[in-house]
Design a protein around this ligand. Structure first.
Ligand code: PGA
Length: 243
C-alpha cells in the first residue's frame, strides 16, 4: 500500500437500481477510517444515489465526454456529472475501449475535462489475454499509460486502475506475484509528479480474494464489477479493507 487511503470502487456497469443502492448504503456507511468507497452507478442513478449516500461514500460516473457541452447526442459532460452529484469518473474502461473504440488519446482528453470540472478521473489500463500470451503485457500497459494520462493538470488528483482485460468478469485473476510485478512496473513508468498516484487493481475481485489483493504492496484499492452488485460479496470486500 503506497497511499494512506484504500479505495473500494464499485463499477455497476449497466446494472443496478434504486433498490440496490438502498441495500448497499448501510454497508458503506459502516466502513470507516481510511477506506474510501466510490459507488459508480449508471448515469441515470447518480443524482438519486448521491442523495441516498450523502456522506457514506463518494459517487462516480462510468464515462464522460471531453467537451463541457455541445451537439453530442447521447453523451454526458463532466460538468453535468458533477452537478448531478458525482465526484469521480471511471475513464478508459476496457468495455469503452473495446465496445466504443475509445483510444488512449481520447481518454486523456476526457481526463482533462473531468479534472477541469472538479471530478477525479479513475483511468483504467490493462492488456488482453492475447497480448499477455504474446509477451506484450508491459508494452501495452506502458503505451496506454503514456497516452491516457492527461497532459495538463500534473498536480491534480487522479487514480489509476490496472485491469487486465482477461480478468474482467472471467473469474480469473493474475497471481498475486503478477499483480505486484505489474503495479511496480506501472509505477516505474509514471512521470515524476505522479509517482504516488493511488493504483487500484480490478478484474474478478470478490470477497474471497480481496484481502489478499488489498494486502499487496503497491495496491491502493480495488475496482469491483460483478461482486459490487451483491450485498454479501460487497460487504466481504469492504470488511477486508485495511482499517
Ligand atoms: P469484474 O469487473 O469485477 O466483474 O471482473 C471489474 C471491472 O470491469 O471494473
Amino acid at each position: 500500500m503506497t497511499n494512506q487511503t484504500q479505495y473500494i470502487v464499485a463499477n455497476w456497469k449497466m446494472h443496478g437500481s434504486r433498490a440496490l443502492a438502498q441495500e448497499l448504503c448501510p454497508l458503506v456507511q459502516a466502513t470507516a477510517g481510511n477506506v474510501q468507497v466510490v459507488i459508480c452507478p449508471p448515469a441515470t442513478l447518480i443524482a438519486q444515489v448521491a442523495a441516498q449516500f450523502q456522506q457514506a461514500g463518494a459517487i462516480g460516473a462510468q464515462d464522460c465526454h471531453a467537451e463541457p457541452e455541445g451537439a453530442f447526442t447521447g453523451d454526458i459532460s463532466a460538468p453535468m456529472l458533477k452537478e448531478a452529484g458525482a465526484n469521480y469518473v471511471i475513464l478508459g474502461h476496457s468495455e469503452r475501449r473495446q465496445g466504443h473504440g475509445e483510444t488512449s488519446v481520447q481518454v486523456s482528453a476526457k481526463a482533462a475535462a473531468a479534472l477541469s470540472a472538479g471530478l477525479i478521473p479513475i483511468i483504467c489500463i490493462g492488456e488482453t489475454g492475447q497480448e499477455r500470451a504474446d509477451g506484450l503485457a508491459e508494452a501495452v500497459v506502458a503505451g496506454q499509460l503514456r497516452d491516457s494520462l492527461p497532459k495538463t493538470y500534473a498536480n491534480s488528483k487522479i487514480l489509476l486502475a490496472y485491469e487486465p482485460v482477461w480478468a474482467i468478469g472471467s473469474g480469473q485473476t493474475p497471481t498475486l506475484d503478477n499483480i505486484v510485478r505489474m503495479h511496480r512496473f506501472i509505477r516505474s513508468q509514471l512521470p515524476g509528479a505522479r509517482t504516488q498516484v493511488p493504483l487500484l487493481y480490478g478484474g474478478s475481485v470478490k470477497a474471497s480474494n480481496s484481502a489478499d489483493i488489498l494486502g499487496l504492496e503497491d495496491v491502493d484499492g480495488v475496482l469491483v464489477g460483478g461482486a459490487s452488485l451483491k450485498a454479501e460479496e460487497f460487504k466481504g470486500i469492504l470488511d477486508s479493507a485495511v482499517r
